[in-house]
Design a protein around this ligand. Structure first.
Ligand code: ADP
Length: 495
């Protein structure tokens, strides 16, 4: 455990103080509203700033602005869009320390993780800057002798974007960089826990030369439902891209049906982490630490359910517990911190309830297990339980916290069946030194992504997304551009 954190004001720690923006961004203009909501540091509970709150009317204005901007932005040349994204990426890199501090203060994650997130944010803008000039449709041979078919990739239109608090910079970057690359315009509603990261990135976008209306940012807390309804029902929004809980994803999907909007939904995970008897255990332990405890276990691709072959179970558990006990829990701004606070009390209570449930159903604690109230209300030790079984909530529901639950398996088939036994299917992890086992089992796993002998899969070149109730659509890679475009088919008579 590290020292109890002291409270820090966001506006006071930035080198470029203009990056602290507490306003709404609509049609190229920053505006304060009559109402604000407070944003607090999860490490201390201290207020770090008050953000202007968007209403439904402001959401409508933002959508109207984005709609108007789309009429001209869709015809920008790919080179212009590429250069705009490149300048944006450069500005994010130049201001990366400030952005990382904003992320850490709002979200609580250790500064080293916030720095990686900001780097990945810049990489998204850079990658799509490079990809967009090379993205094209097809020339398709017709079945008829006097006909030629072309397919063009056209931007879908105005995109409503709703982002979560766990990667406040990266989630926005993934969606906005691909949308802008495709020629779309966007209205972003960031999570109310982390709105300052979104406004800082938008500020840099404006500096990079974003035309008015191409990006709008409308933070809100008390009008979340109504603003979400507007984004999913307004006739001028062509597509909604959402990352968040499965419950909210279902709601948005229902609402979006009235105007038949295109959707990308990246929802809950509950990832399986499978270790076979021929695995390199040291690698598996390192991967488990990276996958399970990053962001204090608050990522949608976090390993939750560990299935470890009985022959290597004890060695894996012992080595993992030793590593976990060395992790330093503390405030994100402390450079030594490995594990920061959880986002809020509700998150802490969920971890506690999953832990209590597991212990009451035969689970055994081998590391952690306690809240660290001396540090603050939102701190929880990285925790491991063994003797897991399917009756435990942690094996069916996402914990979204630093709790690893381990179950013994005795065959590959058992591991696969257990991994596939949940409603979601975002990521899975598999450790084996056998190429054929890796290939066979990867194909059987019902998840959109598989980490083979790695616990860290995310990068902009990876098509990111889930199957089953983890949602649909892909972010990153060229598939990410597909999601923001529609195919226009032109049949041309050559007679
Ligand atoms: P979490 O519980 O992890 O915060 P949510 O799915 O509630 O996950 O939040 C993800 C994003 O969805 C946030 O930006 C949040 O404000 C937003 N959100 C929550 N409820 C709604 C809703 N009814 N309509 C639109 N957006 C919503």
């Amino acid at each position: 455990m590290l020292n109890k954190p002291s409270s820090v004001k966001l506006s006071s720690i930035l080198k470029k103080t203009e990056l602290f923006v507490d306003k709404i961004f609509v049609n190229g203009v920053w505006k304060s509203s009559n109402h604000v909501f407070q944003v607090t540091d999860p490490a201390t509970g201290a207020r770090i700033g008050a953000m202007s709150e968007a209403t439904v009317q402001i959401a409508r204005n933002a959508i109207a602005g984005a709609h108007e901007a789309f009429a001209t932005f869709k015809d920008f040349s790919v080179r212009e869009r590429s250069q705009l994204l490149r300048r944006w990426a450069d500005l994010i890199r130049e201001n990366s320390e400030d952005l990382a501090h904003i992320v850490t203060l709002e979200n609580g994650k250790p500064l080293k993780e916030a720095r990686s997130e900001v780097l990945a944010t810049a990489q998204n803008f850079e990658w799509f800057s490079e990809a967009t000039p090379h993205y094209s449709g097809r020339t398709i041979p017709s079945e008829k002798p006097d006909m030629q078919i072309f397919s063009f990739r056209e931007p879908v239109g105005v995109v409503g974007i709703i982002t979560p608090w766990n990667f406040p910079a990266l989630m926005l970057a993934r969606k906005v960089s691909a949308a802008v690359a495709a020629g779309c315009t966007a209205v972003v509603k960031p999570a109310s826990e982390t709105p300052f990261t979104a406004s800082a990135i938008a500020y840099l976008g404006q500096e990079a030369g974003l035309p008015a209306g191409v990006l709008n940012v409308i933070p809100t807390q008390s009008h979340t439902k109504e603003v979400g309804k507007e984004l999913t029902t307004n006739i001028h929004v062509a597509k909604v891209s959402f990352t968040g809980s499965t419950a909210v994803g279902r709601l948005l999907m229902g609402q979006a049906s009235s105007t038949v909007k295109r959707l990308s939904l990246e929802l809950g995970g509950n990832a399986a982490f499978i270790v076979f008897d021929d695995a390199n255990i040291d690698k598996a332990v390192a991967g488990a630490i990276a996958s399970k405890y990053r962001g204090s276990g608050q990522t949608c691709i976090c390993a939750d359910r560990f299935f470890v072959h009985e022959k290597v179970h004890d060695e894996f558990v012992e080595k993992l517990a030793n590593r976990v006990k060395q992790l330093k829990v503390g405030p994100g701004l402390n450079p030594q911190t490995d594990i920061g606070p959880l986002i809020n009390q509700k998150a802490v209570e969920k971890v506690q309830s999953h832990l209590d449930d597991a212990l009451s159903k035969g689970g055994e604690l081998v590391a952690g297990g306690h809240r660290l109230k001396d540090l603050g209300e939102n701190f929880f030790e990285p925790t491991i339980i063994i003797k897991g079984n399917q009756s435990m909530a942690v094996f069916h529901e996402e914990t979204f916290g630093p709790l690893a639950a381990i179950m013994k398996i005795s065959s590959d088939a058992e591991g696969v069946a257990l991994a596939n036994s949940v409603e979601g299917g975002l990521a899975s992890y598999l450790y084996t030194e056998s190429f054929s086992r890796a290939l066979v089992v990867s194909k059987k796993l019902e998840s959109g992504m598989v980490g083979l002998n790695t616990g860290l899969i995310t990068e902009v070149a990876l098509p990111f997304g889930g199957v089953k109730q983890s949602g649909f659509g892909r972010e990153g890679s060229e598939f990410g551009l597909d999601d923001y475009t529609v195919v226009k088919s032109v049949a041309c008579s050559t007679a």
